[in-house]
Design a protein around this ligand. Structure first.
Ligand SMILES: Cc1ncc(COP(=O)(O)O)c(C=O)c1O
Length: 478
């Protein structure tokens, strides 16, 4: 292993040996737990190393733009923590998190119009750890989770590692259709199965870019209460809204129904500082009903004892000394422009057969290409010939669906790179469309597979372009 000077990342000294060969794995096979068979590397983690090539324009990451954080402020806050809280910063902390950090979390939750009791907060090592701890606390092998389709690609390997069965419900423009959810719950009940939790990202969903409507939020919470099923509300992007009115969190809606002075009965809330401040601090949180929180806390003790006091104190110093909302506003202004740049570039370069979502916030656009294009193959081609990357849609499904879809990040990429990146992807798509046309004698094929619900009722704010068939028949009739 060596360290790459430019990126500071570890790079294998022998790339050909970076992954163990099958015969090497075989040697240890009998030692591994059965659950390791469900463990997969997250598509995005794999991509990170690929896309760190300096010549690659990567729309693949889930990255916020940390270059926007003022270096002087970072230096000032860190030196303050170092000078004034040396022993505390360098010591273990309580598993539930430092009180000063929990106060910041309560403040962020209030900005989401959600009142929380500090005692119901667990500080975690990123929001990712909440997903892991919830699975650890709730799942036995073979248990069912209900999730959106597509779902957060980083949750897919976690669900796999805990050997969960995931029922994915195709979203439309208003997020997860709750009647579909209820039908799925009925079907599962008929099989004697009850999901352990429903996993949803209600705001500017990663990767779909769609937002769950208010009626659906209300109904989801009612369904959870009627059927006594927990909901994991994953909300990293709620405060990154570029247009439209904020919607209440599921946590607050359930708390209102619970009528116990603010605490929810069935919603476990996941928050994070990653997108409003920095993923490098690796700090997130869970807010959960007390019995659930206790199990999460026990799980966390086994995982890492506590999240880093160094970064917890950094966050507390930041909230104490700086207007975090003002920084959020600068992020929002920047990301809004980048989103618009991406939508404009898609319009110009993606061709008539593609469609994509138009997110009101967050960091991602989800595009759907003609079904004969496999975006995993397309990515290989895009990297090789055009040095551009995106996340292939399959990463967001547990069952191989999503093959003609892709996720693209606009938040962490400069406008000119977004435009150039989309242009490059557009060229690879055009090549594939042309190739398909040649192979099939120029006749565009009607979709053969049943398209997901998005086809019948397009996904949120989808820019629906004229399909090629329509365009050509119009040309013929002219
Ligand atoms: C939906 C969702 N959940 C959780 C996470 C995990 O974020 P972190 O661990 O950085 O808080 C992410 C990160 O991209 C995400 O998009």
């Amino acid at each position: 292993m060596t360290i790459d000077d430019r990126s500071g990342r570890r790079v294998p000294a022998h790339p050909e040996r970076a992954r163990p060969a099958t015969h090497e794995l075989e040697r240890y096979k009998s030692l591994f737990a059965a659950r390791t068979q469900g463990m997969r590397s997250s598509a995005m983690r794999d991509m990170m190393s690929l896309t760190e090539r300096p010549d690659v324009i990567s729309l693949a990451g889930g990255l916020p733009d940390t270059k926007t954080f003022a270096p002087e402020l970072y230096a000032k806050l860190m030196s303050r923590v170092a000078a004034e809280q040396t022993a505390k910063a360098l010591q273990y902390g309580p598993t539930e998190g430092l009180a000063a950090t929990v106060r910041c979390i309560v403040e962020v939750m209030a900005a989401e119009q959600t009142l929380v009791d500090p005692d119901e907060v667990l500080v975690t090592t990123g929001g990712q750890q909440v997903i892991d701890l919830v699975c650890k606390a709730l799942l036995d092998p073979g248990d069912v989770i209900v999730a959106e389709a597509p779902t957060y690609p980083g949750a897919v390997p976690t669900f796999g590692a805990y050997q969960a069965d995931v029922a994915q419900i195709e979203m439309d423009s208003d997020g997860m259709p709750i009647d579909e959810l209820e039908a799925t719950l009925d079907r599962l009940a008929a099989e004697g199965r009850r999901p352990k939790f429903i996993y949803t990202i209600p705001n500017f969903q990663n990767p779909g870019g769609v937002t769950m409507s208010l009626p659906r939020r209300r109904r989801l919470v009612e369904v959870a209460r009627e059927r006594e099923i927990l909901v994991l509300e994953d909300n990293p992007y709620g405060l990154l809204r570029y247009e439209g009115d904020p919607l209440p969190t599921l946590y607050s809606l359930d708390a209102a129904l619970a009528g116990r002075g603010g605490a929810s009965d069935f919603v476990i809330y996941l928050g994070t500082f990653s997108k409003i401040l920095s993923p490098g601090v690796r700090l997130g949180w869970a807010v959960a009903p007390a019995p659930v929180l206790e199990k999460l806390n026990l799980g966390k003790q086994g995982a890492d004892l506590c999240s880093s006091p160094v970064t917890q104190l950094f966050v507390a110093a930041y909230f104490g000394e700086h207007d975090w909302r003002a920084y959020l506003e600068t992020l929002k202004a920047l990301y809004r422009k980048r989103r618009d740049a991406m939508l404009g570039a898609l319009e110009a370069h993606f061709g008539p057969d593609a469609r994509w979502t138009r997110p009101q916030g967050g960091m991602f656009v989800w595009a759907t290409l003609p079904d004969y294009i496999d975006t995993t193959d397309l990515l290989a081609r895009a990297l090789e010939t055009e040095a551009v990357a995106f996340v292939p849609g399959r990463a967001a499904y547990v069952d191989g669906r999503g093959a003609s879809c892709m996720r693209m990040n606009f938040a962490g990429v400069a406008e000119e790179d977004i435009v150039e990146g989309i242009k490059r992807i557009g060229r690879v798509i055009a090549e594939q469309v042309g190739l398909f046309g040649t192979l099939t004698g120029g006749a565009p094929r009607a979709a053969q597979q049943p398209e997901p619900a998005a086809e019948a009722e397009p996904m949120a704010d989808v820019v629906q372009l004229r399909r090629r068939e329509q365009r050509e028949s119009k040309q013929r009739s002219n």
